[in-house]
Design a protein around this ligand. Structure first.
Ligand code: F0G
Length: 461
């Protein structure tokens, strides 16, 4: 009899299946991405999402406290004894009238899902706990990832927690200071590759095979199982009411892929009656998805998508020496490994893709900072994207929208200080008006002049 949980190739023309004890970064038969699949009839699943609320009463148990594992029936691939947790997922999803007004939405229509509250300061922790649990299940000792910074910070943290050896591949000089600090502080072996994220990704896949490392990037299907929980928490915060739109930045496209899978499964299980629309936002400096979807009109086509078209785009990038470049370093990715899964999510969620320039991303970031919470540059792409989509009339002013803020503001202090002061790191200057720059005022060490400077500030807000 087939297993109740298994891995399966996402290409409908292949569809090969594999056991969950196998460690695979791609389908051995055809090279496409793998999914974790469940035979729901043979697994215990609650008949209403409200049933998960009972776990609030037993928050003293680590697995019930975790914002990922308290939904464990929806990612039921390992025994409790293997599950890893550091209390991730204590996030908030709150309305933000001021940011709503900036984006052009109704004041009560925009919710911000703030993932900066995770133990390592980004949404990656949701996925890491799932992948680390699988790594424990298969007895892995050494883990590796390529990263624009947050994956490496999160992996390094959970490796330290579980006693595994962590090896991170980052592009030299290409990751934000806060994230680099985390990888080093949590004790990860950090390889600064002389190349960009796409080069790191290529190398870590090779190194994982050659050296027997457990790969923690989002090509690992178990990681994306954990990231589904972000959407479970959004629904929970909205009292299990499905919003009209979910808006998320797109880099390697793991998050958007996981969200699409989460909603497809919830619908299949009858736990929701409709699926929200999804908007994935690129930076114009790293706009591969935007090009594939809006110029080349690529669709998932129920699993029979045009793989050749993606390969041709990669070739075109080589020929034209096109590289990703954006102040939002977290999404500075030209060859998103989950492109095909993201196309599937767009199909499931009737989704759209937009690319926004760095100046709009940084202005939106400043608004998110000024109106509470704060976030890193890549996260603000969701708010900048919403502003565009409302201006275009794609998102209605009175629709209920959730923007995912993927990472904490302290992740990238250089970008923030650069925006407000105009002093960017060499090579990283988001050109544009810097509409909301909050310039520091330099004053000599003298009380008279300090008071004069204070009077000069006016009455304040
Ligand atoms: N926002 C932040 C803060 C990120 O760190 C990332 C990705 C994204 C958005 C994009 O998410 O890849 O799922 O589309 N960071 C990865 C990393 C690539 O290595 O930390 P995605």
């Amino acid at each position: 009899m087939a297993e109740a949980v298994y891995q399966q190739c996402i290409d409908a023309r292949c569809g090969a299946t594999y056991g969950i004890e196998q460690v695979l970064a791609a389908c051995p038969a055809c090279g496409d991405l793998l999914d974790v699949r469940y035979d729901w009839d043979r697994l215990p699943v609650p008949d209403s999402l409200r049933a998960f609320e009972s776990r609030w009463a037993s928050r003293d148990r680590p697995l019930d406290f975790s914002g990922v594992w308290r939904f464990r029936e929806l990612l039921n691939f390992c025994d409790d004894r293997h599950k890893v947790t550091l209390g991730e997922g204590q996030t908030i999803c709150q309305p933000n009238p001021a940011v709503a007004e900036y984006a052009g939405a109704a004041r009560d229509g925009l919710f911000l899902q703030y993932e900066g509250l995770n133990p390592s300061g980004s949404f990656k922790d949701n996925g890491m706990v799932a992948a680390f649990s699988h790594a424990r299940m298969v007895g892995a000792r050494r883990v590796a990832c390529a990263s624009t910074g947050n994956t490496s910070a999160s992996m390094a943290l959970y490796a330290a927690h579980t006693g595994m050896q962590a090896i991170v591949f980052v592009g030299a000089g290409r990751i934000a200071f806060g994230k680099m600090a985390q990888a080093l502080d949590y004790g990860a072996h950090t390889l600064e590759i002389e190349g960009d994220f796409d080069a790191c990704m290529r190398q870590v896949k090779l190194a994982a095979e050659r050296c027997g490392l457990y790969l923690m990037n989002s090509v690992n299907p178990f990681r994306l199982e954990g990231q589904k929980a972000i959407m479970y928490r959004v629904l929970e915060a909205l009292h299990w009411e499905v919003p009209d739109w979910i808006i998320v930045p797109g880099g390697n496209l793991g998050n958007s892929s996981a969200f699409g899978k989460a909603f497809a499964e919830l619908k299949e299980l009858g736990l929701i009656d409709r699926i929200p629309r999804l908007a994935v936002i690129n930076s114009t400096g790293a706009d591969t998805l935007d090009r594939l979807v809006n110029q080349k009109h690529l669709t998932f086509n129920a699993g029979s998508y045009d793989r050749q078209a993606i390969a041709e785009d990669w070739q075109w990038q080589d020929q034209t020496e096109r590289r990703a470049s954006t102040i939002a370093s977290a999404i500075e990715i030209a060859r998103p490994v989950n492109a095909a899964k993201c196309l599937r999510a767009l199909e499931v969620c009737n989704g759209v893709v937009r690319a926004v320039p760095d100046s709009e991303i940084m202005d939106a970031k400043a608004q998110v900072g000024r109106c509470g919470l704060g976030c890193e540059p890549a996260s603000a792409a969701s708010v900048a994207g919403l502003r565009r989509l409302i201006a275009e009339g794609v998102v209605g002013r009175n629709q209920r929208v959730v923007c995912v803020l993927t990472g904490h503001p302290l992740k990238d202090p250089d970008a923030t200080v650069g925006y407000h002061t105009g002093r960017y790191k060499p090579g990283k200057d988001a050109r544009g008006p810097r509409t909301f720059a909050n310039r520091p005022v330099r004053v000599v060490d003298d009380i008279e002049q300090i008071c004069q400077a204070i009077e000069g500030l006016g009455a304040g807000q």
